[in-house]
Design a protein around this ligand. Structure first.
Ligand code: SF4
Ligand code: SF4
Length: 184
């Protein structure tokens, strides 16, 4: 759903990414076929639905001018955020830069019901139309199929989300011997 990418020079730098878990508590990498990875269900933690849950690390790219308002009864669905000096975040208006392909817009989603604290939340649009990338992250869509084809494996972009159902996973071809090394 969201993405990381190279930021245009004018864009404010991302705050530091959250520290990854220590090696002694980080689970071993699991290697799954695409079918296996797609059989896993999102646990609804919501950590990919709001930049504040990763201290601004996770961002939204290419935010359309309508901010998906038709999916949210006419009100903006994805709302850009800016950091407040001294701590915290506030809403800001969308700019043209947010619409750039490689934009890195810190955001909140109006459909997410638990925004800042550490608890799980829920998506108010779960059974309705959502932005396409919401359903594609991290193993839906064609991009992962292309990555698998072109690179032989596809490490999932879940490193910032220790609670994610797909944390510490790599998608590999069905016949890849690394699938036999899984210990969990
Ligand atoms: S629409 Fe749902 S899945 Fe997409 S960012 Fe909002 S809360 Fe998350
Ligand atoms: S971080 Fe993973 S488990 Fe959590 S809401 Fe996003 S896709 Fe689902």
């Amino acid at each position: 759903m969201t993405q990381r990418g190279a930021a245009p020079d004018e864009y404010p730098p991302a705050p530091s990414a959250p520290a990854p878990p220590r090696d002694d508590v980080r689970p071993a990498t699991r290697y799954l076929s695409l079918d296996e990875a797609r059989a896993i269900e999102c646990n609804g933690c919501g950590d990919c639905c709001d930049s504040r849950r990763t201290a601004g690390f996770w961002t939204w790219g290419e935010l359309p001018a309508d901010q998906y308002a038709p999916m949210n009864a006419g009100a903006p669905l994805i709302i850009p955020l800016e950091a407040i000096e001294g701590g915290g975040w506030r809403d800001r208006a969308r700019t043209e830069l947010d619409g750039a392909t490689l934009s890195m817009t810190r955001f909140r989603c109006a459909a997410f019901t638990s925004a800042v604290d550490d608890s799980a939340g829920s998506c108010g649009l779960h059974d309705r139309e959502r932005p396409a990338r919401c359903g594609e992250f991290p193993v839906g869509g064609e991009a992962i199929e292309r990555e698998l084809r072109e690179h032989g494996d596809a490490p999932l972009q879940t490193g910032a989300f220790p609670r994610c159902s797909w944390y510490a996973m790599v998608v590999v071809p069905d016949a890849d011997p690394r699938r036999a090394t899984n210990s969990r």
